[in-house]
Design a protein around this ligand. Structure first.
Ligand SMILES: [Ca+2]
Ligand SMILES: [Ca+2]
Ligand SMILES: [Ca+2]
Length: 127
């Protein structure tokens, strides 16, 4: 069974966003729907509604993608993500295995993760 989870990618994206993390955020609190720390949750919940909508989540992910894409060519390479993603994580997002993660591939993957994470399927991650 693959162990790729939203937590690991999401945790990596918090590093990109410069949000303090205590090491690699490995599910400190399994009882939370999102498994996010309050700090991370606040970072995602832009309008402070107490829930993270898919739009907020995707906005955060797009911004993270842009930050990782150092040369701005809309293609992420392993070099550009070396400090953030493990080789395994990179490969899991690089669906067509061409060694490049396009924004489309990235968003497809993280969007799928959101859906998987949203257990009650109401389109909102709650804490
Ligand atoms: Ca690039
Ligand atoms: Ca690719
Ligand atoms: Ca939900």
């Amino acid at each position: 069974m693959r162990t790729f989870t939203i937590k690991s990618i999401l945790a990596a994206m918090f590093v990109v966003a410069g949000v303090a993390t205590a090491g690699h955020a490995t599910a400190q609190n399994q009882t939370q729907q999102s498994g996010l720390t309050p700090e991370h949750f606040a970072q995602l919940d832009r309008d402070g509604s107490g829930g993270v909508s898919k739009a907020e989540y995707e906005q955060f992910m797009r911004e993270s993608y842009t930050k990782m894409d150092a040369n701005g060519d809309k293609r992420l390479t392993k070099n550009e993500t070396a400090n953030v993603l493990t080789s395994e994580q990179f490969d899991s997002v690089d669906v067509n295995k061409d060694g490049v993660v396009t924004e489309e591939e990235f968003m497809t993957q993280v969007s799928r993760d959101f859906d998987r994470y949203d257990y009650d399927k109401d389109g909102v991650l709650t804490q």
